[in-house]
Design a protein around this ligand. Structure first.
Ligand code: GLU
Length: 415
């Protein structure tokens, strides 16, 4: 088979489970060679009248379980290898929470802060003109990702519908509610993580009121999970953003913290709190640690100082592989990113279902269903964990890869 398109990093990802799963060459090919790769460049007129070319990608990794699904990111360092890996990880993410989807990811090499709103609109529309023949409700369904939001999804959907000459809201998820978006989509990633933590803490007999939480990252995901866990009675002892962090061993009132941050633009100087650095926050003596900011925060340098009992990875890859081994030796339980932050794509799936039925659910209906999907996935994984006697991350890979390979086998693509 022609292997020019192989995803090298996917090999590294699979490495940890290829022996347990006894993967042969045919299986490895399926798991490392994306089904379709689109690389293109397109012209956009800037406000100055100048024409600039932008590079875009869309990788549709595997569609054996359903149409491919995944976000589109805007970032100056977007590159094809990264998008391939992220599309592979979306395939696993959808499988692990039992959505009838495969995985995809897309991106534009663009630093969004450097362009006006009108320019961003033209860039978004230009991207859709390039991929419109390869997306659709039964083919591939884009959504927001890093630096993209519901406004950008609205432009993208509008461009798609203009090109096709008909309404097709189920082509893109993460839309504004007025254009067919789902209730709760804007905080669904945080809510999904909170359900996972709740289920997980319960199995450790950790009651919310007696469970302390340290949280790194106060963007959309971090702020919302802090708010939800505080409402459920968890004691949030520390939070931080990219500039500063605050700590109170008796717990912070997160509602007031959010007000303070909205008014003053910062976390520091919050009443009854001490300042804490991001590094010290990670090493606090709290029961639960939630990294919800950037990659590579827990490394071989600080892993041995981590004191939490549970780590919920809301950010993507906040723990390096070397640090993962150290945490495992220390018996620290890690709930991996692919499941912890899957709430977004689960509610994207609900959005697609609602668009397809033209029948819309209340916020309560959406959240009840989200809870079922997230807690079932945790239960399923815990069982794999016991059966295979391995950690959550390996169990997740085993579980998701088995589902993808089963679908390929049933289609006759594997013996
Ligand atoms: N970008 C989000 C993710 O990586 C959401 C994807 C989606 O909703 O399709 O999970």
């Amino acid at each position: 088979m022609e292997k020019d398109n192989v995803c090298i990093d996917c090999y590294n990802q699979i490495d940890k489970v290829s022996k347990v799963l006894k993967l042969g060459q045919a299986e490895l090919d399926i798991l490392t060679i994306p089904k379709r790769i689109l690389t293109f460049s397109f012209p956009v007129k800037l406000d100055s009248g100048e024409i600039r070319y932008f590079t875009g990608y869309r990788v549709q990794f595997n569609d054996s379980r359903g149409p491919t699904k995944g976000g589109i990111r805007f970032h100056p360092e977007v590159n094809l290898e990264e998008i391939k890996t992220l599309a592979f990880l979306m395939t696993l993410k959808c499988a692990v929470v039992n959505l009838p989807y495969g995985g995809a990811k897309g991106g534009i090499m663009v630093g969004p802060k450097r362009f006006s709103e009108q320019e961003l609109e033209r860039i978004s529309r230009g991207y859709i003109r390039e991929i419109n023949g390869f997306i659709g409700p039964d083919i591939d369904i884009p959504a927001p990702d890093v630096n993209t939001d519901s406004k950008i999804m609205a432009w993208m959907l509008d461009e798609y519908e203009k090109l096709k000459g008909r309404h097709a809201p189920a082509t893109i998820t993460g839309k504004p509610i007025a254009l067919g978006g789902s209730k709760a989509r804007d905080f669904s990633t945080s809510m999904g993580g909170a359900y996972v933590l709740h289920e997980f803490a319960d199995s450790f007999d950790m009651k919310p009121k007696k469970t302390s939480v340290a949280l790194q990252g106060f963007g959309n995901v971090g702020m919302n999970i802090a708010r939800i866990l505080h409402e459920w009675g968890y004691k949030i002892v520390a939070v931080s953003d990219s500039k500063s962090g605050i700590f109170n061993k008796d717990g912070l009132n997160i509602k007031d913290v959010i007000n303070h941050k909205q008014k003053s633009g910062q976390l520091s100087k919050f009443k009854n709190s001490k300042n804490i650095s991001n590094e010290d926050l990670l090493e606090l003596k709290a029961d639960v640690l939630i990294p919800a900011a950037l990659e590579d925060q827990i490394t071989k340098k600080n892993a041995s100082n981590i004191k939490a009992k549970l780590i919920l990875e809301m950010a993507n890859r906040p723990i390096t592989p070397e640090a993962d081994d150290i945490l495992l030796d220390k018996n620290i339980f890690v709930m991996p990113d692919i499941l912890a932050n899957a709430g977004g794509v689960v509610v994207s799936y609900f959005e697609w279902v609602q668009n397809s039925m033209n029948f819309y659910w209340s916020e309560k209906e959406v959240l009840d269903k989200l809870k079922t999907y997230m807690t079932n996935a945790v239960k399923e994984l815990s069982k794999v964990c016991t059966d295979f006697k391995c950690d959550m991350r390996k169990s997740l890979y085993i579980n998701a890869i088995n589902k993808v390979l089963e679908a390929e086998r049933l289609r006759g693509n594997l013996k």
